[in-house]
Design a binder for this molecule. Structure first.
Ligand code: NAP
Length: 339
């Protein structure tokens, strides 16, 4: 890579269903010039997250779609290589939202300085960043787990699910995880310390989940939807809380959803069991809870009550395949591209 060129990946076309490598295009561009109040960044790490599939689609959502030809969006950890703002100097490491590219100009006001002495800088993209905060805010604000209750979460080896289960246990609840395959399940039980783990590829997942939740489910932190939701639904207790965080099982779906309309059944249960189902986007909680999260999560990591796993893939050019794989469970931990 020439130091005078910006290597970047743009959205080449919108996917129908599962994305393909052809939906992305790798190109070279000039390194941007910076103006007063800006810094020039060399990107070190790029976060890959399920929401990126949504940005590739033109469907109406909570955030604007990425335009065709526009650089794919994403959270990044970067090094300042030139500064026209007194708050930053070359060599500073920052959290930025610079997307899938090797270099970027950024407004100093939108950056947060990272201290590599405090924590590995990649954690700002995972356990100490947006996914960890999503778990913290969604579980504590909406889920409100109480001692002795049962909390269930899927995608339990990923950055959101693993934090949900571990925070649930800190609050005295039982954590039951759902993950894909024996290797992930073993890790969730042994390293993240969940009380029980179910493999969602097991043909008897629903039976195993019922056996793992003998007192029913008080909090279901919804990360995936699909057949996991079908197994969870009959086990929900009266007054259960369901933070709806993500539906990764259906992000690649196209056209009408299959099957009968089960909305009347859902509404009957919402009423008769006094269920609380609330969707959320993490950023709605950032202003109120961001500082408390960073302090509390850092202390949990320091005392060993929260552990995390990162899955680092080398090379920006491998980001498209890695994102496609993320939507199918090929990642194992917080997915990060090292540039
Ligand atoms: N609301 C918000 O503000 C917000 C913010 C961040 C993330 N989220 C959501 O939180 C969820 C987890 O995000 P993450 O970053 O922690 O992702 P992640 O766990 O690293 O990756 C997604 C995981 O989903 C699982 N999965 C994929 N297809 C599945 C299917 N059909 N059935 C069951 N599981 C499936 C896979 O794990 P297995 O191999 O274990 O199945 C995959 O590894 C996503 O839905 C994401 O969109 C929401």
């Amino acid at each position: 890579m020439s130091q005078f060129e910006n290597t970047r990946i743009v959205l080449a076309s919108r996917p129908e269903g599962r994305p393909t490598p052809q939906n992305f295009r790798l190109e070279q561009a000039a390194i941007p010039a910076i103006s007063e109040g800006q810094v020039l960044l060399k990107i070190l790490y790029l976060s890959l997250d399920p929401y990126m599939r949504g940005r590739m689609s033109a469907a109406k959502s909570y955030a604007a779609a990425t335009e065709i030809g526009q650089v794919m969006e994403g959270g990044t950890v970067a090094e300042v290589i030139e500064s026209r703002d007194p708050a930053f100097k070359p060599g500073d490491i920052v959290l930025s939202y610079s997307g899938w590219q090797s270099h970027a100009a950024a407004s100093a006001a939108q950056l947060r300085k990272l201290d590599p002495a405090n924590a590995p800088v990649t954690t700002a993209l995972g356990v100490l960043g947006m996914p960890g905060f999503t778990a913290y805010a969604g579980l504590l604000t909406i889920g409100q787990p109480k001692p002795g209750e049962t909390v269930v979460v899927a995608a339990a080896s990923g950055p959101v699910g693993s934090a949900v289960g571990q925070i649930a246990r800190i609050k005295g609840a039982r954590a039951v995880g759902i993950a894909g395959g024996p290797e992930k399940c073993a890790f969730v039980r042994e390293t993240f310390g969940f009380d029980a783990v179910i493999d969602h590829r097991d043909p008897d997942m629903a039976g195993k989940l019922a056996a793992a939740c003998p007192n029913g489910i008080d909090v279901y932190f919804e990360n995936v939807g699909g057949h996991v939701w079908d197994a969870v639904f009959p086990l929900l207790n009266t007054f259960a809380r369901i933070p709806v965080c993500g539906l990764v099982a259906q992000y690649n779906a196209s056209g009408e959803f299959p099957g009968p309309d089960r909305l009347p059944m859902l509404m009957r249960e919402v009423l008769s069991k006094s269920l609380t189902i609330r969707g959320f986007i993490q950023r709605e909680f950032v202003a109120a809870q961001g500082p408390a999260f960073r302090k509390e999560m850092a202390s949990w990591i320091a005392d060993g009550s929260v552990k995390y796993k990162e899955d680092v893939v080398q090379g920006l050019e491998n980001a498209p395949e890695a994102l496609i794989g993320l939507l199918e469970g090929k990642n194992f931990g917080k997915l990060i591209i090292k540039l």
